[in-house]
Design a protein around this ligand. Sequence first.
Ligand code: URA
Length: 184
Amino acid sequence: MATMEELRRACRACMKCELGKTRTNLVFGVGNEQAKLMFVGEGPGEQEDLQGVPFVGRAGKLLDDMLAMFDLKREDVYIANIVKCRPPKNRDPLPDEQDACYPWLEQQLAVVRPKLVVCLGRIAAMRLIDPHYRITQQHGQWLARDGMEITAIYHPAALLRDPRRRPEAFDDMKDIAAKLKALG
Ligand code: URA
């Protein structure tokens, strides 16, 4: 099986969809390759595209703050996205772009083999949990699949837009941190 570095190198040359033409940098993933907890976002934004690292903009700062509330750091988890290249003007990644990119995420999951997977927002949840996923109703619910437990929480960008949702996200994060702790 390929190592994460080999995958990253191969992905750097990826032109399987149109997003490859407009990326500044590939945003493959970051964090601990042996993490028990993996976060999956939607796709890189402007800052991520410029720096080649997921969740480094305002939403990323909020994610870091949420992790810190439960004594977690980026280095304790692995963070990736459904699509590895920035969609123009931060639009949602199109279904065929997600399809083209998904095998990279599958290979990342195979390397990390996390016990817990947390989708950040609706797009990731629709891809990883259920195409009809309703984040307002289903966030925080767990599903077991392929030796992993999967859930979704509000995307940090949604929490920036609507701070009233933060208490629910805090509760979900508390549950995630407790599950992680129980894993030892
Ligand atoms: N939003 C995402 O979904 N992913 C990132 O990497 C940054 C912002």
